[in-house]
Design a protein around this ligand. Structure first.
Ligand code: AR6
Length: 186
């Protein structure tokens, strides 16, 4: 399903993000940047060992050995992926408390990833549903935060295409419902 947002395209699809041919794909990473399960594991597997090497380098040089803070984003090459770049961001872990803070951190993942893509003059980007797997963020509110943030960005920027790549039909339906609600209000 495609939506026009201020001359940009917002697309919702069911699919595997490792197969996406957008300029960049976003990884729902953890702060270590050393890989993991879920979409992170799939991206590292499809991209190959060079990706881990570059992530280790970022940890060492850019982050001085520290973890990438929640809500922040960094960019690497895509190596064996169809996408030229991978933007790694760290979603918040849902614990049921500090809800406002968690919501803000999730929005930051989308804002910082989009800002980084713009800084690199990219014109298309694919997101997974950040934090709604292992990190247990409720998908209904996560979808609203994700799409509200993306729509606000597209209303202010001449960007190109943002694809939300949902892994299951069920997740797609939830995001689609949220998209209708959010775009109706705009
Ligand atoms: N393409 C698109 N979406 C996918 C794919 C794929 N190939 N594989 C899984 N998903 P998760 P999180 C969906 O758990 O909640 C990792 O271990 C999945 O169905 O990957 O942010 C990291 O290292 C779900 O909807 O990410 C972190 O430790 C969504 O991607 C932690 O998990 C996100 O699920 C991050 O947890």
């Amino acid at each position: 399903m495609k939506f026009d947002v201020h001359g940009n395209t917002l697309q919702l699809i069911v699919g595997d993000i490792t197969k996406q041919t957008t300029d960049a794909i976003v990884n729902a990473a953890n702060g270590s940047l050393l890989g993991g399960g879920g979409v992170d594991g799939a991206i590292h597997k499809a991209s190959g060992p060079e990706l881990l090497k570059e992530c280790k380098q970022i940890r060492k040089e850019k982050l001085k050995g520290e973890y990438l803070p929640t809500g922040e984003a960094v960019i690497t090459k895509g190596y064996q992926l169809p996408a030229k770049y991978v933007i790694h961001t760290v979603g918040p872990i849902w614990t049921g408390d500090n809800v406002n803070e968690k919501n803000k951190l999730l929005a930051n993942c989308y804002i910082n990833s989009l800002s980084l893509a713009k800084k690199y003059h990219l014109q298309s980007i694919s997101f997974p549903s950040i934090s709604t797997g292992v990190y247990r963020f409720p998908i209904d509110s996560a979808s609203k935060i994700a799409l509200t943030t993306i729509v606000k960005f597209l209303q202010k920027n001449n960007f190109g295409t943002v694809v939300m790549t949902l892994f299951t039909k069920g997740d797609f339906e939830i995001y689609l419902q949220s998209a209708f609600e959010i775009l109706e209000q705009n």
